[in-house]
Design a protein around this ligand. Structure first.
Ligand code: NAG
Ligand code: NAG
Length: 368
């Protein structure tokens, strides 16, 4: 109940739905990447040709005049010049920055030839910096699967002197910190040679990076090993190149700490009225307050199930509970119109998330 009161008190505070919904969109698109399909179960009939020893990377970059460069863990390339990657194999899967799929980028094309697959990215820019990987797909009839032993990947930096930071599609990013995991401030750079620092906006100060509790990885950003409420606030990164003295500033990051433990939904149920008469209209609202990225499903059990038409509306939005704490308010409202005798009884709402479920019930009786 206490949580509920806090929630009502904070309803007037700003909502920042926009930034967060964009983030979820990016995530979804990434999971839809064509190369990411997984086939269940490994077929024992398929045997790998290579046995023992360390396998060579199957990923190469096509250079001028038909020369090839076998790619290592990372490579620094100039932006603007068409990227051609080749991967040996009759059936190849690819992964690349999700950004390219989100915008269905026509600059990217993949062609499977008889003996290799080629990925071409025309006019690559700083934003295309990221991991590119390919793998052999093994098929037995219609059943195909990723050969996890033959995956090659390389982190490609597309260096651009005007963009030391990999541009983000979101100009104000939210970073959720949880008590049990490291958090990342994703200010990646377009050259591994840049010197990067982390800054708090208020009070303005540079964050001390000790390489342990807080460290920097140019392919990921600043990693906070044990984030806590003291890390909440607005931050930005600053980068300096080896050639220029003027520093560049990244987009802003709002760090939010979620103290809600991961668990089954925290739910409440409320009827607009628990005593109704024939012909009345009433509704029952099931509310869940939880983590911003946690989807909640509602299932209703009620007296007139399968016999009475009811209307059920589900919605969710992000709310600010104050002190930078963002939560997701998910609701399902069942509306029963033109009450009949069959509608009196127990209304039960079951809220489910990936951690479990919570069931709550309320009685709706005939009015005397
Ligand atoms: C992506 O672009 C291609 C070609 O421009 C088009 O055929 C395809 O329908 C697009 N897909 C989406 C999801 O927009
Ligand atoms: C539920 O009932 C209350 C009280 O009659 C009403 O104010 C509210 O708008 C209803 N909600 C919906 C979604 O119909």
């Amino acid at each position: 109940m206490k949580l509920w009161i806090l929630l009502l008190l904070s309803l007037f505070l700003l909502e920042i739905q926009n930034g967060a919904s964009q983030q979820t969109k990016n995530k979804k698109d990434a999971s839809l990447r064509p190369g990411r399909k997984r086939v269940k179960g490994r077929n024992p009939k398929i045997k790998d040709k290579e046995v023992g020893g360390k396998l060579q990377s199957i990923l190469t970059q096509v250079l001028d005049k038909g020369r090839f460069l076998r790619l290592g863990d990372d490579v620094v390339l100039d932006s603007g010049k068409t990227l051609e990657l080749r991967c040996k194999g009759t059936k190849i899967g690819w992964a690349y920055p999700s950004y390219l799929d989100t915008f269905n980028d026509s600059r990217l094309s993949i062609n499977q030839n008889e003996k290799f697959s080629q990925l071409t990215l025309t006019t690559p820019s700083a934003a295309d910096t990221g991991e590119y990987s390919c793998w052999v797909i093994l098929c037995d009839g219609d059943e195909c699967e990723k050969d996890t032993d033959r995956v090659s990947s390389s982190y490609i930096y597309f260096t651009d002197k005007d963009d030391l930071f990999v541009p983000s599609t979101i100009h104000f990013e939210i970073v959720y910190m949880r008590p049990d995991k490291p958090a990342t401030v994703p200010c990646r750079v377009t050259t591994p040679k840049a010197t990067v620092s982390l800054h708090r906006e208020m009070p303005p100060e540079e964050v001390q990076v000790d390489g342990k509790l807080i460290s920097y990885n140019p392919t990921k950003g600043f990693i906070l090993q044990n984030p806590g409420p003291e890390h909440m606030g607005a931050f930005y990164c600053k980068a300096k190149s080896t050639t220029k003295n003027t520093a560049q500033v990244s987009t802003k990051y709002q760090l939010l700490y979620l103290e809600v433990p991961s668990g089954p939904p925290y739910a409440t149920i409320q009827a607009s009225s628990n005593e109704v008469s024939g012909g009345d209209i009433f509704n029952i609202t099931c509310t869940v307050l939880g983590e911003p990225e946690m989807d909640v499903k509602f299932i209703w059990t009620y007296p007139g199930q399968d016999q009475r038409p009811v209307s059920i509306q589900a919605s969710h939005r992000l709310i600010n509970r104050g002190v930078g704490q963002i939560m997701r308010l998910s609701q399902s409202v069942m509306i029963v119109d033109d009450v009949e005798t069959i509608d009196y009884g127990n209304y039960m709402c079951t809220a489910k998330n990936t951690h479990g479920e919570t069931s709550l019930a309320t009685q709706v009786n005939s009015y005397h």
